[in-house]
Design a protein around this ligand. Structure first.
Ligand SMILES: Nc1ncnc2c1ncn2[C@@H]1O[C@H](COP(=O)(O)OP(=O)(O)OP(=O)(O)O)[C@@H](O)[C@H]1O
Ligand SMILES: [Mg+2]
Length: 228
């Protein structure tokens, strides 16, 4: 689903300030960004430049203090939290540096949970979870808990979980930051496949080899986009 222009996201003048005792911190200042359905975007920039802040806003987790965000044609800033949370659950997948799998659940259960939250029936959940475990090459690890998986395996489960409800957009924040180089490249290769199978990707990364996979490169500095 895209708007009339084919955009998944159109953010204009996105600004995020945090009120702190020592004065306001502007993490993001006047950033405009458009993400299309076929996009594969890498965002790079020094630590503290606002990459995660931007990703949280694009993912409807956080709201800008100024500017507008249109997601699949809907003005997100005008939506109540319940509608924003539905967008997060069904239209966006998140992948994090530290995986954030639920430790008491198996790989299978971690992947099934967002489908249950979205209201999918048991048969559909079973078929989709099986398909995703196969997709990320972990069919033989379905009953392992996160503590019984390697870092690369945990990240593959997290990617399967992110894809569970067939999102339009995958947002990844430093997805290879905890992995060795070779494992990181395997994750990057999986991202390539996810993109060619039709999901837009925005990946924040310090890893040049991961950034190189993307078709479009955005660089940030001090809360702003630099160059293009
Ligand atoms: N909740 C918050 N309250 C106050 N300041 C914040 C908050 N979140 C982020 N900041 C500040 O906003 C700036 C941007 O932070 P952000 O986490 O977006 O950086 P980043 O580019 O993701 O850095 P890194 O590469 O280290 O993850 C930083 O100066 C940070 O201290
Ligand atoms: Mg960050």
């Amino acid at each position: 689903m895209t708007d009339a222009n084919g955009a998944i996201i159109e953010g204009r003048g996105l600004t995020r300030s945090f009120a702190m005792p020592a004065g306001a911190v502007t993490a993001l200042g006047d950033v405009s960004i458009r993400i299309d359905a076929a996009d594969y975007v890498a965002i790079t920039g020094p630590s503290g430049c606002g990459k995660s802040t931007l990703l949280h806003i694009l993912g409807c987790v956080d709201q800008p203090t100024a500017g507008s965000l249109v997601f699949e044609g809907r003005d997100v800033s005008a939506l109540p939290e319940s509608a924003r949370s539905r967008i997060r659950l069904t239209r966006i997948g998140f992948v994090f540096q530290r995986f954030f799998l639920l430790p008491m659940l198996t790989a299978w259960e971690n992947i099934e949970l967002p489908q249950a939250e979205a209201g999918a029936n048991k048969a559909d959940r079973r078929a989709r979870t099986r398909e995703l475990l196969d997709y990320v090459g972990l069919s033989a690890r379905s009953d392992h808990r996160p503590s019984q998986l390697s870092g690369g395996e945990m990240q593959r489960v997290a990617i399967a979980r992110a894809l569970a409800n067939r999102p339009a957009l995958l947002l990844a924040d430093e997805p290879t930051g905890e992995l060795d180089e070779e494992t990181g490249l395997q994750i990057a290769t999986l991202f390539d496949r996810v993109h060619s199978d039709g999901t837009a990707i925005v990946v924040v990364t310090h890893n040049p080899a991961v950034a190189a996979r993307a078709a479009r490169h955005l660089a940030m500095k001090s809360g702003r986009m630099v160059g293009a």
